[in-house]
Design a protein around this ligand. Structure first.
Ligand code: ATP
Length: 439
């Protein structure tokens, strides 16, 4: 049944991403580097849209969440307190023949997946990327690029509480880069060594944590559906006992059915009071919340919805990807939710050798540009221009034709239905804003 559900083929997605400028291999001219990808002109817009709707929905529209932007580099003791130095490890095996390395839990039959050779016993490998602060490269100067944005929030708990005067329950949200030295980065942008996270640490009174955990799991699941992911391609999976992270009481993963199988988009954990207690212990500072109702200090429990921007981008791309036959020709179309679409409208002159049409189309594009991401293009025939925009998921295309010079109206073509309507130029902006749902 899962097989039937798969629509997009991964190779088609990777090829479209490269061809149309969503994602490029990092340092491609030097042969590439494993686990890092560059987002091109359309990819960067998609990611920006994901981050801004997340921020709008999680921070701007809520009274109980404030934002933070902490540094990637932190005091090395943070990673001792968090348990990452000790426990942020994956089991690693080496192939005795080809010398390649694999995650032990990714190897199926105990032989090397590349050459079938014999494998070593598993060793634990720390996933944090080490670096040095200052000019001396010794142990005292060693720290790590953060493997999660969460710790920046925990260590600022008291600062944010002081300035925001929030009462429990409340949350702190952050979007930023995180780094993990994954043993086997793979599946395109799904598992990389450098990625972006969107995390909320939601502080609640102990005893109310399970109820808040459930609420967050539902909220976050519905968020992916709201922006277009098909419900039947999403599922929740609860972590089994031995899979639970050292800090977690319970974790649910929101998984998406990627072409390579079900895989995690976002994890929602009940982190208990572990992190705040650890930081209090290691820093020697009091970290707690004064509960005015009971007149006591409590250490809040934390519910953490933690999603990856890159994984969300890949999920939305895969879900939006459709191939169909239109008049016996293949049409590739990304059916993005309008808020996610990198470009909202493209404007073309029907004939690029007619200066009056070109001028009118350019003027219209310039008028729309301050209000929405707009593109002007006259570098191919109309049919080809439409196909190009379909492939990057642009919801609307506008054609300025010879008649436009007479009736001061243009044709708006809708991406999914391919329906065309004639709209007077002075009404174009309002029509688009309405159709885009105010985007
Ligand atoms: P996985 O089991 O896939 O390695 P994880 O459970 O270790 O992921 P978390 O620690 O829960 O991941 O991180 C929260 C989110 O950050 C994940 O849901 C994912 O979206 C994102 N993320 C984690 N590791 C990576 C990675 N290597 N590449 C891209 N995104 C990642």
């Amino acid at each position: 049944m899962d097989e039937e559900k798969k629509t997009a083929d991964m190779e088609a997605i990777v090829s479209l991403c490269k061809r149309r400028g969503f994602v490029f291999q990092s340092s491609e001219i030097y042969g590439g580097v494993g686990g890092s990808w560059d987002y091109g002109p359309f990819g960067v817009e998609l990611k920006r849209n994901i981050k801004s709707i997340w921020w709008r929905d999680m921070v701007q529209h809520r009274d109980d969440i404030v934002g933070l932007d902490a540094g990637i580099l932190m005091h090395p003791q943070v990673w001792e307190a968090s348990g990452h130095v000790e426990g942020f490890t994956d089991p690693l095996v080496d192939c005795r023949s080809c010398k390649k390395r694999f995650r032990a839990d990714h190897v199926k039959d105990g032989r090397c997946p590349e050459c079938g050779g014999e494998l070593t016993e598993p060793r634990m490998f720390n996933l944090m990327l080490k670096t040095f602060l200052g000019p001396v490269e010794d142990d005292a100067a060693t720290t790590y690029l953060r493997p999660e944005t969460a710790q920046g929030i925990f260590v600022n708990f008291a600062n944010v509480l002081d300035v925001s005067r929030k009462k429990l329950p409340f949350g702190i949200a952050q979007i930023g880069k995180a780094f993990r030295n994954e043993i086997t980065p793979r599946n395109f942008t799904f598992r990389t060594r450098e990625f972006e996270q969107m995390e909320i640490e939601y502080f609640v009174k102990p005893g109310t944590d399970e109820e808040w955990h459930e609420r967050w799991v539902t909220d976050r699941f519905e968020w992916y559906v709201r922006y277009g992911m098909r419900r039947e391609f999403l599922r929740l999976r609860q972590h089994e006992g031995d899979e639970l992270a050292h800090y977690a009481k319970a974790t649910y993963d929101i998984e998406y059915l990627f072409p390579f199988g079900w895989a995690e988009l976002e994890g929602i954990s009940n982190r208990t009071d572990f992190d705040l207690r650890q930081h209090a212990l290691f820093s020697g500072r009091e970290i707690s919340y004064f509960d005015e109702d009971t007149g006591t200090h409590v250490v809040p429990y934390i519910i953490e919805p933690s999603g990856g921007v890159d994984r969300a981008a890949l999920g939305f791309l895969v879900d939006a990807y459709h191939e169909e036959k239109v008049r016996k020709r293949k049409r590739v179309v990304l059916r993005f939710h309008p808020e996610l679409a990198p470009i909202k409208v493209a404007v073309f002159p029907l004939l690029r050798n007619r200066p009056e049409l070109v001028a009118l189309a350019k003027d219209l594009a310039a008028e729309l540009r301050p209000h929405m991401m707009t593109m002007y293009d006259d570098t191919a025939s109309i049919g080809r221009l439409y196909r190009r925009q379909d492939e990057v998921g642009t919801p609307f295309c506008i054609t300025v034709d010879v008649e436009s010079l007479e009736d001061n109206a243009v044709t708006i073509r809708e991406r999914d239905s391919m329906e065309q309507i004639r709209v007077p130029i002075p009404e174009v902006r309002q029509t688009l804003v309405k159709k885009l749902g105010g985007a």
